[in-house]
Design a binder for this molecule. Structure first.
Ligand SMILES: [Fe+2]
Ligand SMILES: [Fe+2]
Length: 312
């Protein structure tokens, strides 16, 4: 298990968005607070990447996966909390839960905007919720001796997903092309605010799993499962969005379109996403190595929504 001392570098900056507040010392990869951001979707077009329905919908998949997914992440972490002993980790759980709950809410608001434009994602999100319930909920019928394993396995699955949310967060924070081609400013701000907070809290679930289980084998198998599951669900969701987009006529997502959009820096490349899998599987891996919190906070200080958000 990694000790707090190995994760402290670059910390103590998590509340710089409110300089008048005294910034508490927070280990690298843990959150200090939540930003209750609000967005106005009134003027956001259906294809918010101009003239590029494919890139728009591949990124819109986040609005389908995250409201239900992040509520389940919170359930799993809350379930594990009574067993957490590390005081710094324990203190970071509350802001983590608040951040994920607000992410779920913010993406849910976008779903309403899509529905108002004739793209109702409910049939897909209901299916997805049944899937997450099967994979991440309690199973009281399991024998008592398997219950600790079931909780640890769920934590490993959430930690693996959090690896991808951090990788995606870093990508959207670094991306300049979407802004250059005129992608909708509110949508970019939503994705970057969320991405920055994913970078900020990137180590929390990994460390909860580390404290309760620490099984490298469990981490590796969960990552393989998550890599396959996310690929499949992402494709299904993008296909659903394109087929149900009232302005498109039977268009579907293809690998060729993905490669072209990645070359044009409108989407993350397959190499970036699948290259993150073996990196996570190294024995010496820790999420604090994936990014730098101070750098993500730089964005949050200039984010139109986050810089004026209520903090709690
Ligand atoms: Fe999130
Ligand atoms: Fe997260």
């Amino acid at each position: 298990m990694s000790t707090p001392a190995t994760r402290v570098a670059g910390a103590a900056v998590a509340t710089e968005a409110r300089p008048q507040q005294k910034a508490p010392a927070v280990p690298e990869g843990y959150p200090a607070a939540r930003r209750r951001v609000q967005f106005d979707w009134e003027s956001t077009p259906l294809h918010w990447v101009p003239d590029d329905a494919f890139s728009t919908h591949v990124m819109n998949v986040l609005h389908l996966l995250l409201p239900t997914g992040e509520r389940w992440f919170v359930e799993v972490v809350n379930k594990a909390t009574p067993q957490v002993r590390d005081p710094e980790l324990l203190a970071a759980i509350k802001p983590f839960v608040r951040q994920e709950a607000w992410h779920a809410y913010a993406h849910q608001e976008v779903l309403k905007h899509l529905a108002a434009q004739g793209l109702d994602a409910k049939p897909f999100t209901e299916r997805l919720d049944r899937y997450f319930r099967a994979v991440l909920s309690d199973h009281p019928r399991l024998p008592a001796f398997l219950q600790p394993w079931w909780l640890n396995r769920r934590l490993a699955v959430v930690a693996a997903i959090e690896h991808f949310t951090c990788v995606l967060g870093k990508w959207i924070l670094e991306n300049e092309e979407l802004e250059r081609i005129g992608a909708d400013a509110s949508m970019l701000d939503l994705l970057r605010w969320h991405g920055a907070e994913e970078v900020e809290h990137r180590a929390l679930v990994w460390d909860v799993h580390d404290e309760l289980s620490g099984s490298h084998l469990q981490r590796v198998t969960a990552m393989l499962e998550v890599a396959v599951m996310l690929s499949l669900r992402w494709y299904q969701a993008a296909r659903f969005l394109m087929l149900n987009d009232p302005t498109l006529h039977g268009e579907k997502p293809t690998l060729r379109r993905w490669l072209r959009a990645a070359r044009e820096k409108r989407l993350p490349s397959p190499g970036l996403l699948y290259g993150a899998v073996p990196r996570y599987m190294r024995r010496r891996h820790h999420p604090s190595q994936e990014a730098t919190t101070a750098w993500a906070l730089q964005y949050l200080r200039r984010s139109p929504a986050a810089s004026v958000a209520q903090i709690d």
